[in-house]
Design a binder for this molecule. Structure first.
Ligand code: TYM
Length: 326
């Protein structure tokens, strides 16, 4: 069975962007692939984290995975730091990565911009992400558009290892949805929707209450026109809302356009809010049940045990091929 791996950071609140670009696809893929889905705490600490907050967010994001529909009996759900092979292979791959490659990463450039001091962890972050994927020899990696460059580096590193030490790694393919790979901010359609945006009106958090969701959508920026039409160049804000509608309702973009032909933004936004609430309300209900039951700790332990077995085999092969004494 082919393998899928992906991860989400436990920093801040997960947004509808994380859901549409990644989490929702995790759920779809689990029926056809052997899946590992992790909460990437080692990545989160590349920027300063408050320990109590990191603990809370780690548990929250793991519970959101399950609440969104990841079945822990089918897929491994675990904390990245519980599978130590990630960090070990991460170090090995760092030694195969050039400074120039890391300097070219746009996400690093964005995150480092304007900062006086930038942690070395933030710089080598992409090599650890490559290790996350390669430590299972994963075939497919469901991510949003913003992770594409990291995936390209992962493929380059896999190829480099293979040419230096012998064919071993599969070159993993990104799984980037055609619609929804980049959900934009509600207040500015030139920026991606992000949990780190200081304006909470710019994103929908998966745990926002229905009223908050309605308010945020009713205030979302549109344009001075009146057509509910998909055109990312001329109508980026409305196109973003249509994308969200399509992804939360299962209707295609064309079907959404058709449904609101001749109607103004008001009724469209009102319906959009209900469509989003209809996806998030049941998810939130499951989330609270999972948090209250305390079952997430067992799920994480079981997931890590199974992931550990897979990862250990790959790590040992790699070490042997590189000349480590085992
Ligand atoms: P992170 O935690 O920033 O985001 C998690 C996933 O959500 C996607 N995403 C979006 N998709 C569409 N629209 C948006 N506005 C949006 N915002 C975020 C991201 O593309 C991502 O798929 N480096 C990764 C985590 C990671 C990882 C991995 C992913 C670590 N190791 C191995 C895949 C495989 C990150 O910071 O994602």
């Amino acid at each position: 069975m082919k393998k899928v791996l992906s991860g989400i950071q436990p920093s801040g609140k997960l947004t509808l962007g994380n859901y549409i670009g990644a989490l929702k696809n995790f759920v779809t893929l689990q029926d056809d692939y052997s899946c590992n889905f992790m909460v990437v705490d080692l990545h989160a600490i590349t920027v300063p984290q408050d320990p109590a907050n990191l603990r809370e967010q780690s548990e929250a994001v793991a519970a959101l995975f399950v609440a969104a529909g990841i079945d822990p009996n089918k897929s491994n759900v675990y904390m990245q730091s519980h599978v130590r092979q990630h960090a070990q292979l991460g170090w090995i791959l760092t030694t195969l990565t050039s400074m120039g490659e890391l300097e070219r990463m746009t996400q690093f450039k964005d995150k480092a911009a304007g900062k006086e001091s930038v942690g070395a962890g933030l710089f080598v972050y992409p090599s650890l992400m490559a290790a996350d994927i390669l430590v299972y020899n994963a075939d497919l990696v469901p991510v949003g558009e913003d992770q594409k460059q990291h995936l390209e580096l992962t493929r380059d590193l896999a190829g480099r290892f293979n040419s230096r030490f012998g064919e071993y790694f599969t070159l993993p393919d990104p799984y980037i949805p055609k619609v929804g790979a980049r959900i934009m901010s509600l207040d500015d359609a030139s920026k991606k929707m992000s949990k780190s945006n200081p304006n909470p009106g710019s994103y929908i958090a998966l745990l926002d209450t229905p009223d908050e969701i309605r308010k945020k959508i009713s205030r979302a920026t549109t344009d001075s026109g009146r057509e509910v039409r998909f055109d990312t160049e001329a109508k980026p804000e409305v196109s973003n809302l249509i994308t969200i509608y399509s992804q939360c309702s299962g209707l295609s973009v064309a079907e959404v356009e058709q449904k609101y032909e001749g109607q103004m933004y008001g009724p469209f936004k009102k319906d959009l809010a209900e469509v989003v609430v209809s996806v998030l309300e049941p998810l939130q209900q499951r989330y609270h049940e999972i948090r209250n039951s305390g079952e997430i700790h067992d799920i994480l332990r079981q997931g890590a045990l199974r992931a550990n077995e897979e990862a250990e085999k790959v790590l040992q092969d790699v070490q042997r091929m590189m000349g480590f004494l085992l």
